[in-house]
Design a protein around this ligand. Sequence first.
Ligand SMILES: [Zn+2]
Length: 70
Amino acid sequence: MKYLILLLIVVGAIWWLRLQRKPKAPPAKPTGPQEMVACVHCGTHVPESEITQGAKGAYCSPAHRDSHEG
Ligand SMILES: [Zn+2]
């Protein structure tokens, strides 16, 4: 019985320590690697958030979209 109580204390301590070490909340904005898209005109890879979308595909800049699509 004495060992059972000791075991309960140890298990309780481990459980308490795990509660103290709760993982921090994940960042609101995950900054993972961005999807890279190749410019249809010159082949330069640009992040998906910075592409210029054209009728025939994605471009690195409005200038390339204009010269490619006329
Ligand atoms: Zn380009």
